[in-house]
Design a binder for this molecule. Structure first.
Ligand code: ME8
Length: 506
């Protein structure tokens, strides 16, 4: 089955931070998870390169727009490549392919009378690139995300009417309770739909914003950044030209944080309805990583955790694991280098040590040979079937994609179970007495097979660690597939590798 997974496209006004890293890693975990179940996934990410914020940073850099945007976009690409992100398409909104689709959509809506011209006065937050209502602001009149007062702007402009679609959207969300998950965000969107929707101002006069896509029907204006950016989700699939468009769109997933709920869950389905396309299949929303100061991490506030710095300290895969293990989608989560180090230690103690201890024992006492083909006790069998069925419950073919969010905690639970089993059975004591050799082999085989199950389930989160653990167990999978039968480990010889999670200097 074909699936389409997207991340937001990120603004190029600063370097990528841990929030951008997270959503992109989440998408990559989803892709690998779906691939293990045999699905064909197209995953797109990219950069949102127009609008006032990018323009201001570009002007401050002293570079030409092309130089600045290419340099900034490359920072995201470099990070994603470093994090092992297997995206299929990296969209830049300044590309001709994207601009062509935006112009075609605009011209079509204009020709059908869905875009109107009128004068307007409103409060505009540059950080959000959105007009705000008074009720959206703090008591002090500031944007709650950017802690800045919006500017009063008055101008003649073009508008796209949202209100005629409000009732339809309310009904659509009520009829499709999983369309926005977790459900707390669906409630938030339904709350926004209780009030009439203002017309959406979809262009910016060029004397205020020059960095944007010029309107096909008025050269004095450029396209409002959200109208331009949201269209990336269909321009990436080559809307209008690609015969497979519908195959992917039918199972499409937008990942995003709650900051951009309104554009994705109100503007975008309405835009699509006007264009004549079904809404995306699912919007999967997550909370914020909260940086120092207890507020959302953001480039504008300067309280960011730099993913490149984290990778320099501990490598990519512990970062991937930490982020998936510590974000619950419906809430915000704190993050700092100190917390990441704690997460690393947990991984080293629960998984890394388990692998090294059991492999060294096989090496020392069994000349590295896996004791396959022996009978096990009921206790051993139970451990393996418990772990196997827990992973199978996540990896069943038609399980929903978000079940992958629980993978990290399921892996930690399995590691805890195996560690407790290993400690209780004391194989290091059994090894000392030749009479206990049969029991020793049972405990070792059970632990090795459990480790194989864990390493297989680990693949979407930590692909290289997964492959390296499987290789140390002499499992010769070219491609990691969802193989979760208990007692699947066959004959072979283990190798004792270097530790996956070595001690980190402070
Ligand atoms: O909004 N915690 O781009 P953006 C968790 N260009 N995730 C975070 C985060 C945090 N503290 N900060 C950022 C834009 N993110 C638009 C999107 S899409 C058509 C256009 C992640 O650079 C999260 O995915 O501000 C959030 O939705 C996104 O980055 C916002 O990135």
């Amino acid at each position: 089955m074909k699936k389409y997974i997207t991340t937001p496209i990120y603004y190029t006004n600063g370097a990528p931070h841990i929030g951008h890293a997270y959503t992109t890693i989440l998408a990559d975990v989803f892709k690998k998870f779906e691939q293990m179940k045999g699905n064909d996934v197209f995953f797109s990410t990219g950069t949102d390169e127009h609008g006032q914020k990018n323009q201001h940073s570009c002007e401050a850099s002293g570079l030409s727009a092309d130089e600045f945007l290419t340099r900034q976009s490359q920072l995201f690409r470099d990070l994603f490549d470093r994090m092992g992100i297997d995206y299929d398409y990296f969209v830049r909104t300044t590309s001709e392919e994207h601009k062509k689709v935006v112009r075609t959509v605009l011209q079509d809506l204009f020709d059908r009378g869905l875009i109107i011209k009128k004068s307007y006065e409103g409060l505009y937050c540059e950080g959000c690139e959105q007009f705000k209502k008074k009720c959206d602001l703090t008591e002090e009149g500031l944007c709650p995300d950017h802690l800045k007062a919006p500017k009063v702007i008055s101008e003649e402009n073009y508008f796209f009417r949202l209100e005629p679609y409000r009732q339809w959207l309310k009904e659509f969300i009520a009829l499709n309770p999983d369309w926005i998950t977790p459900t707390n965000y669906a409630k938030e969107v339904l709350g926004m739909l209780e009030e009439p929707l203002d017309d959406l101002c979809i262009f910016r006069p060029k004397d205020r914003v020059w960095l944007g896509i010029e309107l096909p029907f008025d050269k004095d204006f450029v396209t409002y950044i959200w109208f331009d950016a949201l269209i990336n989700y269909i321009s990436t699939l080559k809307f209008g030209e690609n015969v497979e468009f519908n195959d992917y769109w039918k199972s499409s997933y937008h990942l995003l944080a709650k900051d951009i709920l309104k554009p994705h869950c109100i503007y975008w389905p309405i835009m699509l309805k006007a264009i004549g396309i079904e809404p995306v299949s699912r919007c999967i929303v997550h909370g914020y990583w909260i940086g120092e100061g207890g507020v959302k991490m953001s480039k504008s506030l300067g309280n960011v955790v730099d993913p490149n710095e984290v990778i320099d300290i501990m490598g990519v895969e512990p970062l991937r694991f930490y982020l998936i293990n510590n974000m619950s989608l419906s809430n915000d989560s704190p993050i700092s280098i100190a917390l990441l180090r704690q997460g690393y230690k947990l991984l080293a103690n629960n998984l890394g040590n388990l692998q090294m201890r059991v492999l060294k024992m096989v090496d020392k006492n069994l000349e590295g040979v896996i004791p396959a083909g022996i009978s096990l006790t009921a206790e051993d069998e139970k451990l393996l079937t418990d772990i196997s069925s827990d992973f199978k419950s996540v990896y069943v073919k038609d399980s929903s994609l978000e079940t992958a969010v629980d993978l990290a905690s399921k892996i930690m639970t399995a590691c805890n179970q195996v560690n407790a089993y290993f400690a209780a059975n004391e194989p290091w004591v059994l090894a000392k007495n030749p009479e206990n050799m049969d029991r020793f082999k049972q405990v070792i085989y059970t632990t090795l097979d459990a480790l194989r199950l864990i390493a297989t389930a680990l693949y979407p989160l930590m692909p290289n660690s997964s492959k390296s653990i499987l290789a140390s167990l002499d499992v010769k999978n070219e491609k990691v597939e969802a193989q979760f039968e208990a007692k699947g480990l066959g004959e072979g010889k283990i190798t004792v590798p270097n530790p996956l999670f070595p001690f980190l200097p402070e």
